[in-house]
Design a protein. Structure first.
Length: 256
């Protein structure tokens, strides 16, 4: 089963982890400051930068974990740019088509039940299924970096329910991680009466966002390994020996 604990540990054991956590937190910090200052043009600018950067880092991170590379978040700008383009090609058409279809269905199909919440439940279920399909498509691509895998609908339809369930548990676990990362720090700031708008807390929050990104990449790689058919065979074909991601992560943590 995918482990959030291993994902959290690996985030701090990544190669050049301090440099990455601080460096990638800078645009997040500027976005937060722009939001607090009400500077919408700069906020939109930084939001765009963060969205593209984090998408590239997430995709590369999933691939790196799946291939048991020593780094999770990449510092290679060329590799990030290339993977970003491939990710957009792989994911955007699927997202537009599936979410567009879900929107049209939700707008034009009425549940024949005279209960106020029935239509809302139908809409939530519909978009949850579509989200699962798109996420499974993304993971099918990210684990191999082959765009064609994002359109392997047989595998996607066979796996999307398992992926959705795994993502549900991931969200719950990530929420607990936020309590661990923010709880003690928030208590200290409250105890010493330092406002949460202080730049140190804002920058710490930005670093946590990068930690969350690394955790997400690691956890999604584990989900892809466990939930999407063909992962084991593909991995064995590339490395000539079956490797368990969690065992491999433990070995890296122990310095092996």
């Amino acid at each position: 089963m995918a482990s959030i604990v291993d994902s959290l540990s690996e985030a701090f054991l990544d190669t050049f982890a301090p440099l990455k956590l601080v460096g990638f937190a800078i645009p997040v910090y500027f976005a937060i400051v722009s939001f607090m200052d009400g500077n919408l043009p700069m906020l939109y600018l930084w939001y765009g930068v963060i969205s593209l950067l984090f998408l590239a880092l997430l995709t590369q991170g999933i691939y790196n974990v799946r291939r048991s590379k020593r780094e999770i978040l990449s510092l290679n700008p060329w590799a990030l740019a290339k993977d970003l383009v491939k990710t957009i090609v792989a994911v955007l058409p699927n997202a537009v088509v599936w979410f567009g279809a879900a929107y049209l269905i939700a707008q034009n199909v009425t549940i024949p039940v005279e209960v106020d919440w029935a239509q809302k439940v139908f809409t939530w279920v519909l978009f949850s299924i579509v989200f699962a399909i798109v996420m499974t498509s993304y993971l099918s691509f990210a684990k191999t970096m082959k765009v064609v895998q994002a359109y392997n609908y047989k595998v996607i339809f066979d796996s999307c329910v398992d992926v959705l369930i795994a993502l549900f548990f991931y969200v719950l676990q990530l929420a607990l991680v936020q309590v661990v990362l923010f709880g003690p720090v928030a208590y200290l700031y409250s105890f010493f009466r330092v406002p949460f708008t202080h730049w140190t807390f804002l920058f710490y929050s930005s670093i946590v966002a990068v930690v969350d990104l690394s955790i997400t990449a690691n956890y999604l790689a584990q989900i892809a390994y466990e939930c999407i058919p063909g992962n084991n065979e593909e991995y064995d074909n590339n490395y000539d020996a079956p490797i368990d991601l969690i065992d491999e992560a433990a070995e890296r943590m122990n310095g092996k």
